[in-house]
Design a protein around this ligand. Structure first.
Ligand code: FAD
Length: 567
């Protein structure tokens, strides 16, 4: 009986080698049964998602002691930063996707893939329930269960419409490869439609009014791409309608590209002004139907309705239904993303990890712990510590909470941190007294601004690689559970916490100009940054295949212009 159970367990885990082994054992003697039972069962890791977080985990995992099952509704990875380039034909859709099986086949780890979406997580029984997504026939019918020892949730997020009426039905989104292809087709169709002979100029204008809702990096890049397309290709191909094109960018706050440095924001707004892109700041979309988009001006409440031809909704992200449901189930119902600790474990679960856009490291405890460290250090209750004591405490805090290093780059605490750095090794300066409260309140000010890591590919990519490293070292750490001396006796996890390294960000602004904001507030805007952008994105491709395709698309566009066939 135990033998059958053993074979079944392995069959469920999809390990053919083990089943064959168990069969052989069944027809032989007891001695061999004993030997088969000693074969340690591989721990099963189930990974949800083949986006940035999932792909990066798979690429970095090399521990052959795990059996990995990947579950994702799409069997490919998408290089999302180049999605806006697909919308107007600068880059082909196929050039920025990599089949997940190409990534898996290069690994010596036992990895299988199922094209399905996870519909429910049952943490108590260590099971997930999935539904095949391959064709409409099987959709909704076949729900199957998968067991796990470790679950890694990297399902990303979905678009957020803020329940604005009409958005789902009438707007385009730019999240997946299909979205980019649909937009591309729609853009070309708009020009063809507007070129038909039986239309009035008024109708043509409506068709060629492109509205972008949301002045974040995606909305801004799409507006810039569209403007380039009109300037570089439409003038040659659709000369009769080029003057009727209008691009409007609606942003609810006071500026576009809010997450960038002021200098970039100002430059982008001025450049768009010069390019004729109508940037409407403080403009909130209140509803949209198939003909008009309604807005309200923040402040004076003035309402307007404008006819439009095509609208792109790009205002941010929210949790997927699976994550919303799971958060409710585990008492995190009031959050916008799954809360994890600094080791990316979902709070309260040692074997469930979450990363990328669906998760956020919960920093609530960090400030409490920092306060406690300062309270203990201030033995005489004077409210002050010497510079030297401060230096030691900050080194200790950064070691425990690497994310604090990010805080320390912030303007509020910069003066104090600079002072500490300058004083290093200078006995006179090191004995100076500093006020604890002043530092703590500056730090908590920063804390409130930096609650979450940004939802970017950079974060998801680093988290995936970090988690794979933890899994690569899992046995070694299990043999030595005490871990490195600094965690001994603290009850903390045995791996170093996740440390995010911000490598900078780009905002392509069209006309072969890009704004680059690199670490240390280094800001640079212009044509040479566009070349930097090309080289960074070429180097970041996940395979030589996609790298070759993307570079050849860029070259093709330089020589022949964009492909404007509406397919
Ligand atoms: P995703 O990459 O979205 O992957 C999620 C995966 O989970 C997908 O494979 C999906 O099919 C799968 N999935 C969904 N539901 C389920 C389910 N129920 N069960 C199983 N699997 C599921 N970031 C940058 O750093 N730089 C940029 O320049 C940049 N540009 C961007 C441009 C655009 C147009 C967009 C949309 C995003 C951009 N981002 C950029 C953000 C970046 O793409 C995301 O932060 C990143 O993709 C998050 O990675 P992830 O692994 O969490 O999710």
């Amino acid at each position: 009986g135990s033998l059958i159970a053993y074979a079944e367990a392995n069959a469920f885990n999809g390990s053919k080698g083990h089943i064959a082994h168990a069969d052989a054992v069944a027809s032989n003697d007891d001695r061999r049964i004993a030997s088969s039972e000693q074969v340690p069962k591989k721990k099963k890791v189930v990974l949800l998602g083949t986006g940035w977080g999932g792909m990066s985990f798979l690429k970095s995992l090399n521990n052959t002691n795990f059996e990995v099952q990947v579950v994702s509704p799409r069997n490919f990875f998408v290089f999302t930063p180049l999605l806006p380039s697909v919308t107007c034909g600068k880059v082909e859709a196929r050039s920025i996707v990599e089949p997940i099986r190409n990534i898996i086949r290069k690994k010596n780890v036992n990895i299988s893939y199922s094209e399905a979406e996870c519909v429910k997580i049952d943490p108590n029984n260590k099971k997930i329930y999935c539904r095949a997504t391959i064709d409409s026939h099987s959709k909704g019918e076949e729900v199957f269960a998968v067991d796990y020892d470790y679950l890694i949730i990297a399902v990303g997020a979905q678009v957020n419409t803020f329940n604005t009426p009409g958005v789902m039905e009438n707007c385009h989104f730019l999240k997946e490869i299909d979205d980019a292809q649909k937009i591309r087709k729609n853009v070309i169709d708009s020009f063809e439609k507007a070129s038909l002979p039986n239309l009035s100029d008024e109708e043509r204008k409506k068709i060629l009014h492109f509205v972008v809702v949301g002045g974040g990096p995606t909305g801004v890049e799409f507006a810039a791409e569209l403007h380039d397309f009109v300037n570089e290709d439409v003038v040659k191909l659709y000369p009769n309608v080029q003057d009727l094109v209008k691009i409007t960018l609606l942003e609810a706050t006071d500026h576009i590209l809010n997450m960038f440095d002021k200098r970039i924001t100002n430059f982008a707004e001025q450049k768009f002004g010069r390019d004729g892109i109508d940037v409407k700041l403080g403009s909130m979309v209140t509803g949209i139907n198939e003909n008009e988009i309604s807005t309200k001006v923040r402040g004076n409440g003035e309402k307007t309705s404008t006819p439009y031809g095509m609208a792109l909704w790009s205002t941010g992200i929210g949790p997927r239904p699976l994550i919303k449901e799971f958060m409710k189930q585990i008492g995190q119902g009031n959050r916008r993303a799954l809360a994890t600790d600094e080791w990316l474990r979902v709070e309260g679960f040692g074997n469930i990890y979450a990363l990328g856009d669906c998760a956020t490291v919960n920093q609530r405890k960090v400030m409490e712990d920092i306060s406690e460290i300062f309270r203990k250090a201030d033995k005489d209750n004077s409210g002050t510590l010497t510079v030297k004591e401060f230096q030691e405490i900050i080194d200790d805090i950064c070691e425990r909470y690497p994310q604090v290093e990010l805080y320390l780059q912030n303007k509020q605490v910069r003066n104090m941190v600079d002072l500490l750095k300058e004083a290093k090794g200078d006995a006179a300066k090191e004995s100076m007294e500093l006020n604890i409260e002043e530092f703590k309140s500056a730090l908590s000010e920063v804390d409130s601004q930096m609650k979450n890591l940004p939802a970017t590919a950079q974060v998801a990519n680093q988290q995936g690689a970090y988690l794979a490293k933890c899994f690569n070292r899992m046995e070694e750490c299990e043999k030595n559970p005490e871990g490195p001396p600094r965690f001994r006796g603290t009850g903390r996890h045995r791996f170093h916490p996740f440390r995010y390294r911000h490598l900078g960000q780009f905002a392509p602004l069209g006309g072969e100009q890009t704004a680059a904001q690199l670490p240390g507030d280094w800001v640079s805007i212009g044509h040479s940054e566009q070349w930097l952008w090309y080289s960074v994105y070429a180097s970041k491709q996940v395979s030589w295949r996609t790298r070759a395709l993307v570079v050849s698309d860029w070259i093709r566009r330089f020589i022949f212009g964009r492909d404007t066939s509406g397919i």
